[in-house]
Write a protein that binds this ligand. Structure first.
Ligand SMILES: C[S@@+](CC[C@H](N)C(=O)[O-])C[C@H]1O[C@@H](n2cnc3c(N)ncnc32)[C@H](O)[C@@H]1O
Length: 233
């Protein structure tokens, strides 16, 4: 695996620290909606029967697990640079079927055109170079295959903006500290969300990385978004 940058090491240490409680905090923070968004990711990936999926920034493998649950004949590679996150996801039945792989999103250890689809959940907000990460995803997906990205979006400035910012800046750090014991990690989450690209800008980055037919759909009052793009044939 490539050597992570200093930013990468900070991210790895943060996810190692919360790995054991990651899924539980996610479930509570999203009021149980996270499973539905991951389902949308797998549907958007449009895997053919028995297809090959790469889920990069897989963490505990939730997206790869969803894909295997929908099609037991599929092959799912779950790749991440935080080993403790993958270790936490390994135990379930489907977790044992994921092909776990230590990899950095900006230097994937796979040949060109290897996968039918590439997915990521909450990865792009954490990488220093989203264009390079998408470039790698486009490289390893086959022509005509999809790249799908689930991530948070800065809260839209509408009537409920004050409620959303209260939830992000107060409720999430509080819940995170109570359940995982790590307030910093769950302060980073809303901060990185606030500073992250808008869905429109993220779509433009995907286009610059070489994707076509880019679409996106917002969830949770616009604070969550699933983008999809296709590698040209
Ligand atoms: C918020 S977790 C998301 C996990 C999972 N995808 C999900 O939907 O719950 C982000 C994951 O991205 C991984 N990650 C962040 N930067 C990465 C990079 N440059 N290369 C590989 N994995 C990375 C972290 O280690 C972490 O497991």
């Amino acid at each position: 695996m490539m050597k992570p940058t200093d930013h990468g090491k900070t991210i790895q240490a943060m996810f190692s620290g919360i790995a054991g409680r990651y899924d539980l905090v996610n479930r509570l923070m999203t009021l149980g909606r996270d499973a539905a968004w991951r389902r949308s990711v797998v549907i958007a990936a449009g895997l053919p029967p028995g297809g090959r999926l790469l889920d990069i920034g897989t963490g505990t493998g939730a997206i790869a697990t969803e894909a295997l649950g929908r099609d037991p004949a599929a092959t799912a590679v779950g790749a991440d640079f935080t080993i403790d996150m993958m270790r936490a996801g390994k135990s379930g039945d489907l977790g044992r079927r994921i092909l776990w792989c230590a990899a950095d999103a900006v230097g994937l250890p796979f040949a060109d055109n290897t996968f039918d689809a590439v997915t990521s959940g909450y990865l792009i907000r954490n990488v220093t170079d989203p264009l390079a990460a998408f470039g790698e995803q486009v490289r390893v997906v086959r022509p005509g295959g999809r790249v799908v990205c689930l991530d948070t979006s800065p809260p839209p400035k509408n009537l409920i903006y004050p409620c959303l910012t209260f939830f992000l800046s107060r409720v999430i750090p509080f819940l995170g500290e109570r359940i995982s014991g790590d307030r910093d990690a769950y302060t980073y989450l809303p901060e990185s969300t606030r500073k992250f690209m808008s869905p429109e800008t993220l779509a433009r980055v995907m286009a610059r990385a070489g994707m076509i037919q880019i679409r996106y759909q917002g969830f949770m009052f616009g604070t969550m978004c699933v983008h999809q793009g296709t590698k040209p044939k």
